[in-house]
Write a protein that binds this ligand. Structure first.
Ligand code: UD1
Length: 420
């Protein structure tokens, strides 16, 4: 296993490039199961999670060639069983359920289980596919689903915590080859869903409204292969904006979609950071003065993203004053508190929220990464801390940030990747 060793206290400056979106790539790779044609997907981030999805596609019969950031998928799916070993390592694997059902009208997919950020039920996925006429059972940890022919239907896909990104993705993919019209109400509006809809359209699907709460899909008989370029990763871009604010730096984040990050940009501006759109693809962030503390509540898009909550907490940890952080999407997503506190932060939990009392200085310490975004928060804390921070279990980071150490070193950080 590897660890990061960070020497903190350095200002960052220059340009940092954002890679392709992980969370958009995963369902788009899964969507290639819907066709026997050749799909070429460009700007795919080289990450543990995208490689896991490629392995899963191979296990289902597809031929997958990876060349740099281009993935070419061909051949027909010849197996409808997604194995526990692959699905349990990455929840995103569960989004092969929809395309397997769309293409083969049957699927056996391991239930993903919970993870450190929460229980993570699958009731909305099941509700959606069952509305399409699918019969489903649970057996020995697997969802076993089949239908004579999937039939379009209107459905309401909102749950206790709002819409679900991957449940929306699963239903969209299954419905592309169903008979008739499907209407998803309370669909997830995340940019990753918009990207998936664009990809499915490029494959020949009839789909409208992706990116809004009402998606309408008219089933077609067959989908074709296509070539597609992944949009950039809004969470990686948002992490860089927060890192610049925390280290009082001036950086240009290249290939970052301003419109996808409005909740974060608005928050950063309101606490005193300068954040500006540069051209159509870049964002400049400049932060020279001490910021003000401010509360956040996470919500589904276009609200403040839960995937930036841990990184925002790291920023508030070194912003004098008190701020309250409430995660309404994953209410238990607070594993990073204990590790940030080991570095001198003053954060406590109180009935569903985190209360952060900003301190003047964090101090380097050995800390343990617990999940992907929590790890990014620890890197942020390491960048601003006095002294040396060692972050163990960085395989979590490698699930979602492409070459993070290299990218940060290029703008003046001192991060080394070492054997544990
Ligand atoms: C996706 C993202 C993840 C992000 C999350 C929320 C991927 C691979 N992962 O995960 O990074 O943090 O969106 O933006 O794209 N829920 C139910 N029932 C369900 C499904 C979900 O109650 O059947 C709940 C969840 O527990 C959570 C909320 O709905 O409270 C949102 O979860 P969801 O949007 O489904 O997250 P994912 O799609 O798994």
């Amino acid at each position: 296993m590897e660890k990061f060793v960070i020497e903190g206290g350095r200002r960052l400056s220059g340009e940092i490039h954002v890679s392709g979106s992980k969370n958009a790539t995963l369902p788009i790779l899964a969507a290639t199961l819907l066709t026997d044609g050749v799909c070429e997907i460009r700007n795919v981030p080289k990450l543990r999670d995208t490689l896991t999805m490629c392995k899963l596609l191979r296990s289902l019969g597809k031929t997958v060639d990876i060349s740099g950031n281009k993935v070419t998928i061909s051949g027909a799916v010849n197996n409808h069983e997604a194995d526990y070993k692959l699905v349990s390592t990455m929840r995103g694997s569960f989004c092969v359920l929809g395309p397997l059902l769309g293409k083969l009208s049957k699927a056996k997919v391991s239930m993903p289980g919970g993870c450190v950020i929460g229980v993570r039920p699958i009731d909305l996925h099941m509700k959606g596919i069952m509305a399409l006429g699918v019969k489903a059972d649970f057996d020995a940890g697997y969802v076993i689903a089949h239908a004579a022919r999937l039939k379009g239907a209107q459905m309401y896909l909102g749950g206790t915590f709002g819409s679900s990104v991957l449940a929306t993705a699963n239903v969209m993919m299954a419905a592309t080859l169903a008979h008739g019209e499907t209407i998803i109400e309370c669909a997830a509006c995340e940019p990753e869903i918009e990207d998936l809809g664009n990809f499915l359209s490029a494959m020949g699907a009839k789909i409208q409204g992706h990116g809004t709460p009402r998606i309408v899909i008219n089933g077609v008989k067959k989908l074709n292969g296509t070539s597609y370029k992944m949009a950039s990763d809004r969470i990686e871009a948002g992490t860089f904006l927060l890192m610049a604010a925390a280290t009082k730096s001036d950086i240009l984040v290249k290939d970052a979609h301003y419109n996808h990050l409005l909740a974060l940009v608005d928050k950063l501006q309101s606490i005193g950071a300068e954040v500006k759109r540069v051209g159509s693809h870049d964002i400049r962030v400049k932060c020279k003065k001490t910021l003000k503390p401010a509360n956040i509540v996470t919500h589904p898009h276009p609200g403040f993203p839960t995937d930036l909550q841990a990184q925002y907490m790291a920023l508030m940890a070194i912003t004098p004053g008190v701020s309250i952080i409430n995660d309404r999407v994953f209410p238990d997503r607070f594993m990073h508190i204990a590790e940030l506190n080991r570095m001198g932060a003053q954060i406590r939990r109180d009935t569903g929220v985190a209360i952060v009392e900003g301190v003047k200085q964090l101090y380097g310490a050995p800390v343990m990464a617990s999940d992907l975004r929590a790890s990014a928060a620890l890197v942020m804390a390491g960048l601003v801390a006095k002294g040396k921070t060692e972050i163990y279990r960085i395989y979590h980071l490698d699930r979602g940030y492409e070459n993070l150490d290299v990218k940060l070193n290029n703008i003046g950080a001192k991060v080394s990747r070492e054997k544990e």
